[in-house]
Design a protein around this ligand. Structure first.
Ligand SMILES: O=P(O)(O)OC[C@H]1O[C@H](O[C@H]2O[C@H](CO)[C@@H](O)[C@H](O)[C@H]2O)[C@H](O)[C@@H](O)[C@@H]1O
Length: 380
C-alpha cells in the first residue's frame, strides 16, 4: 500500500541533481523511434549533451497536428512514415480488436481509468474551454455504473471535477497527487475506498503556489504563454506562443526552476509541467486506487487505462509490467508507447472524427458487452 508522503519518497539530492533542468532530456517528450533517431543524429543528440536544444526539439515535436509536423520534413519525415506500419502492428486498434479485449476481460472485474484532456475532451487552444460533450459524459456515467471508474488527470482536482461533473467517479488530479473517491460507491470492495483522499505531495503546496506566481511574472513578456496552477504542479502552456519565442519561454521557465531543486520539469502536449520530485505519478495513482478499491493482488481484475499523453505512459508501464490490464493510447500519430492498443489509427480517422469520440465509442461498446454478459449469466 503506498504510504503518505514521508522523507523516504522524496527523491534524494543526487537524484534531484540528475534530473535538474539543465542536464536532463525531457521525460515526457515525444521521442521518435530509435530507427528514426539514428537516421537523424545531427538534429537530435542521442547522448542528451545539449539539454536546451533537446528541450526545444521536444517542444517542437509535442502534440503534432500532422505527422509531418512531428518530424519536420526530409529524411526524418520519411523515416517516421516508414515506422508507422510497424507501430500499428505493435499497437493495434482497440475498436477493431474489441473481441480480444472482451475475451481477456471475461469473468474479470474491469476497473476503468480515463485521462481527461485529449482523451475525454478534444485538445483546444484555451485550457479553460476543454469541455467534454454531453454524449461523452453519458458514456462515462454508464461506464461508472458498470465498472469502478477513475479520471486521472494533470489538472487540479477541482477543475477536472468541474469539467466532468459526475459524482460517482474516483478522481486523481495533479498527475495523481490529489486523489478523491465518491461518497457513495456501488463498486468498492473495501470500505476504505469511500471518500478516499490521498495527497502525497501536500508539503509542496506553498512551493508550487510561489512558483506559480513567479512563473506568471517571469513569462508575462511572452505573448500567448499561459501559466496554470494545478495545485501540486504548475503548467506553462506554449500552444499559443509563436514558435520563434519558445526558446525565450523555455529560458524563463528554466530560470525560475533553478531556485527549486526539489521540483522537476516534464512535458506534455504543448505544455511544460513543473512537478515535485517525489516518486509519484499516474502509475502510482493507478496502483493506489486499485488497492483502495480492494483489488490489490487480485488475479480476477482487469484494469483498463485510456490516455493520450506522455504522463499516461507511467500508468501504461505499470499495467505492462504487472502483466495484468490493458493500456490504450489515444493518438492519431505513431508514438513509442507502453500501451497495448491504440484508438484512432489512420483508418479510423476522418476530418469529422476526433480521438475523444472514438473513446466514447469504445466505452459504449464495453458497457453493451458487459450488459450482455450479465444477462447471459443471469439466464443460466
Ligand atoms: O492529464 P490530462 O488530463 O491529459 O491533463 C494534461 C494537461 O492538460 C491540459 O493541457 C492540454 O489540454 C489543453 C486543452 O485542450 C491544451 O490547450 C494544452 O495545450 C494541452 O497541454 C491542462 O491545461 C494541463 O494543465 C494539464 O496538465
Amino acid at each position: 500500500m503506498p504510504s503518505p508522503m514521508t522523507k523516504q519518497n522524496v527523491a534524494p539530492a543526487e537524484a534531484v541533481a540528475s534530473i535538474a533542468v539543465a542536464s536532463s532530456p525531457p521525460l515526457f517528450a515525444y521521442t521518435p523511434p530509435l530507427s528514426v533517431r539514428k537516421k537523424c543524429l545531427p538534429q537530435i543528440e542521442l547522448d542528451g549533451g545539449k539539454a536546451v536544444s533537446w528541450w526545444l526539439d521536444s517542444m517542437r515535436a509535442s502534440s503534432p497536428t500532422r505527422a509531418k509536423t512531428a518530424a519536420a520534413t526530409g529524411p526524418l519525415a520519411d523515416a517516421v512514415f516508414n515506422d508507422l506500419s510497424d507501430l500499428r502492428m505493435r499497437h493495434p486498434s482497440a475498436l477493431s480488436n474489441f473481441d480480444q479485449i472482451a475475451s481477456a476481460s471475461n469473468g474479470k472485474q474491469i476497473v476503468m481509468f480515463l485521462d481527461y484532456d485529449g482523451t475525454l475532451s478534444p485538445i483546444v487552444d484555451d485550457p479553460d474551454s476543454a469541455f467534454m460533450t454531453n454524449a461523452m459524459r453519458k458514456a462515462v456515467r454508464e461506464a461508472a455504473r458498470n465498472f469502478p471508474t477513475a479520471i486521472v488527470s494533470g489538472r487540479r482536482l477541482d477543475k477536472v471535477i468541474n469539467f466532468v461533473q459526475l459524482a460517482e467517479l474516483y478522481y486523481a488530479g495533479s498527475h495523481g497527487m490529489d486523489i478523491k473517491g465518491p461518497e457513495k460507491s456501488r463498486h468498492a470492495k473495501s470500505k476504505d475506498a469511500k471518500g478516499v483522499l490521498f495527497q502525497p505531495a501536500s508539503e509542496f503546496l506553498p512551493m508550487i503556489d510561489t512558483v506559480h506566481r513567479t512563473l506568471l511574472d517571469r513569462t508575462k513578456s511572452t505573448p500567448g504563454a499561459k501559466v496554470e496552477n494545478n495545485k501540486f504542479c504548475a503548467s506553462v502552456h506554449f500552444r499559443c506562443v509563436d514558435e520563434k519565442n519558445w526558446g525565450t519561454l523555455f529560458e524563463q521557465v528554466r530560470s525560475v526552476l533553478k531556485g527549486y531543486p526539489k521540483l522537476r520539469l516534464t512535458q506534455g502536449r504543448k505544455v511544460l509541467e513543473i512537478r515535485p520530485t517525489i516518486k509519484w505519478d499516474k502509475g502510482k495513482a493507478l496502483e493506489f486506487l486499485l488497492e483502495s478499491l480492494g483489488f490489490a493482488n487480485c488475479r480476477n481484475v482487469m484494469p483498463i487505462y485510456i490516455g493520450d499523453d506522455r504522463t499516461d505512459e507511467d500508468a501504461f508501464k505499470v499495467l505492462e509490467e504487472s502483466g495484468q490490464g490493458i493500456g490504450i493510447l489515444v493518438s492519431k500519430f505513431p508514438k513509442e508507447t507502453n500501451a497495448t492498443y491504440c484508438l484512432q489509427e489512420p483508418s479510423e480517422a476522418s476530418a469529422m472524427t476526433d480521438e475523444p469520440s472514438l473513446v466514447k465509442d469504445f466505452l459504449v461498446r464495453l458497457v453493451e458487452w458487459k450488459r450482455r454478459q450479465t444477462k447471459a449469466v443471469s439466464k443460466v
